[in-house]
Design a protein around this ligand. Structure first.
Ligand code: ATP
Ligand code: MG
Length: 560
């Protein structure tokens, strides 16, 4: 398994306990897990939990983890999704064992196992329509009743199933069902369908098949063929476990993996359902799957979230069978903590206010060198140029200061970060009374020194207008303005989209970032963490930054 992936310090949890018991008892010597996405959409933060769990366990117990596509639903699956999923897993820092696996690699074997079931009298071809099948299935309180086709002979079933494969019947005309128990208290055991007829082009097998195996049937056999030891899935599959076990008990498969369920991650202020994320994309509420507001892995990546931060998040939220509804602040906190020591610090101004330094003297008023990170001298340093005209943040000046205001006011003083203490002498306004410019003076004795005889508490960021570079800065906020956007079944979750989830501003940045490659992280001092856009940022050209996360919890509203 990968040596360069740092396994997170592992918190104990019930799955780990099971694995450790299995190792101790000698039931298993090698742990094999798998991550089994369906290539019908991009992966989201919920999948990241499953990826970190499956690949993380394989790393921790020196086993291995397979990446296996569950490609049994050809209508909704695409190569684009399959490629993106592989890239996401790698970007998160994980490596699968040997080749990518596909459930479709096993289509021939799965067909053979179906023949085996038929031969044992444990599967039959049914001609009931989908609607009739539903009626016959019964309900939670009423047992189902057997289909009139249930007692077909093995010979007849073999013949019909072979002809299903040969394409003799229309889509939906027949299915193959496992013959289990129509009176079972578990509806999944009431003769579940295991094959259906669908004439759909498949991304890997093309038109070779017109019958496709169902998920429940495919999944357990694929696990068994790959000698998976622990098949981890989310809780909604708990009621499917008896079927998983029944199937493997009937068939001559190489192993019988143990299915273990854990709770799905739900993240407040966002959604974790591929179907709904697809709706956001197709209805153009977002610019695509990789819109930085999306909880998709590609979206989070583009926003500037780091694999390390996401992995730490999944470690912190833990693994259990109880509800796993987590506040967005926990994820943002992990990202912030990770970027804190990773991102060099520079200055940027997002809402510029022009300031003229009236006593600036060429040759006398000086620039200062500043390190990129107070705790990481190895990040290096740069000159922060000072000049007669500077930009400060509009929000750092007010004529009507609230209590405890420590930034600039008329007649007041602030420290310009890495530079002088500056006093505001004059406020220039336009005809409408808007402040358009400040005239300020610096205390020449305060470069890297405290002023004599008074305390100046406030420190603000700024840029020399002559040296600063223009940049497009995208200020992202949460995509939804309610914690559980898909909770109200009477309303479409899209009604809860936060209209202020994206604000694009033309701001200014220090020239030192001019040649930053796409996906470079910075802290813009006092503003937050930002990342050069993966696609639209042009080093040396049009600079484009995405706000990853503010410095404090963005819900305790700080001005930008
Ligand atoms: P969705 O409901 O978003 O379509 P899915 O479960 O259908 O998700 P799959 O591609 O089948 O998507 O998921 C692959 C794996 O990821 C499965 O093992 C699934 O249990 C797991 N997974 C999906 N969503 C979550 C989640 N929110 N939390 C934890 N694991 C998840
Ligand atoms: Mg699924």
């Amino acid at each position: 398994m990968s040596s360069h992936t740092q396994a997170p310090a592992s918190a104990p949890h019930f799955i780990r306990n099971i694995i450790e018991a299995d190792l101790a008892s000698g039931k298993h010597t090698d742990i094999v897990t798998r991550f089994p996405p369906e290539p019908n959409g991009y992966l989201h933060i919920g999948h990241a939990k499953s990826i970190c769990l499956n690949f993380g366990l394989a790393i921790d117990y020196q086993g291995h983890c397979n990446l296996r596509f569950d490609d049994t639903n050809p209508e909704k699956e695409s190569d684009e999704y399959a490629r993106a999923i592989q890239e996401d897993v790698q970007w998160l820092g994980f490596h699968w064992q040997s080749e990518v696996r596909w459930a479709s690699d096993y289509f021939e074997q799965l067909y053979g196992y179906a023949i085996e079931l038929i031969n044992q009298g444990k599967a039959y071809v049914d001609d009931l329509s989908a609607e009739e099948m539903r009626e016959y299935r019964g309900t939670l309180t009423n047992p189902g009743k057997p289909s009139p086709y249930r007692e077909r002979s093995v010979t007849e079933n073999l013949d019909l199933f072979q002809r299903m494969r040969a394409g003799e019947f229309a889509d939906g005309a027949k299915v193959l069902r496992a013959k289990i128990d129509m009176a079972s208290g578990n509806i999944n055991l009431r003769d579940p369908t295991i094959y259906r007829i669908r004439r759909v082009h498949h991304i890997r097998t093309g038109d070779a098949w017109c019958i496709y195996p169902m998920y429940d049937y495919t999944h357990c056999i694929s696990d068994a063929l790959e000698n998976i030891t622990h098949s981890l899935c989310t809780l909604e599959f708990e009621d499917h476990r008896p079927l998983y076990d029944w199937m493997l008990d009937q068939l001559t498969v190489p192993s019988h993996p143990r299915q273990i369920e854990f709770s799905r991650l739900e993240l407040r202020y966002t959604i974790t359902s591929k179907r709904k994320l697809l709706q956001l994309v197709t209805e153009q509420h977002v610019s695509g799957w990789d819109d930085p507001r999306m909880p998709t892995i590609v979206g989070m990546r583009r926003r500037g979230y780091t694999p390390q931060g996401i992995r730490e998040f999944t470690r912190r939220i833990g693994v259990s069978k109880s509800e796993n509804v987590v506040d967005m602040a926990v994820l943002e906190g992990c990202i912030r903590e990770d970027l804190e020591s990773r991102a060099p610090r520079v200055m940027a101004v997002v809402k510029p206010l022009k300031v003229i330094i009236s006593n600036f003297v060429v040759g006398e008023s000086q620039s200062r060198e500043a390190g990129f990170h107070p705790e990481h001298p190895e990040f290096g340093s740069r000159m922060v140029p000072f000049s007669k005209e500077i930009w400060i943040e509009t929000d750092d000046f007010t004529e009507n200061p609230p209590p405890r205001w420590q930034r600039l006011i008329p007649g007041g003083e602030v420290r310009l970060r890495y530079s002088y203490v500056m006093r505001c002498d004059e406020v220039i306004k336009d005809d409408a009374g808007n402040v358009i410019e400040l005239h300020c003076s610096i205390d020449q004795d305060t470069l890297g020194k405290n002023p004599v005889g008074r305390k100046v508490k406030g420190v603000i960021h700024w840029l020399s207008s002559e040296h600063a570079l223009p940049a497009e800065i995208r200020l992202y906020d949460r995509l939804f303005n309610v914690p559980e956007p898909d909770n109200d079944k009477t309303r479409d979750f899209c009604e809860f989209i936060n209209p202020a989830s994206l604000t694009v501003v033309q701001g200014w940045v220090e020239s030192t970032v001019r040649d930053a490659a796409p996906e470079t992280h910075y802290q813009f001092e006092r503003l937050g963490y930002f990342c050069t856009d993966r696609y639209e940022h042009q080093p040396g050209g049009k600079l484009t930054f995405n706000r990853t996360v503010t410095l404090k919890d963005s819900w305790t509203k700080e001005p930008v």
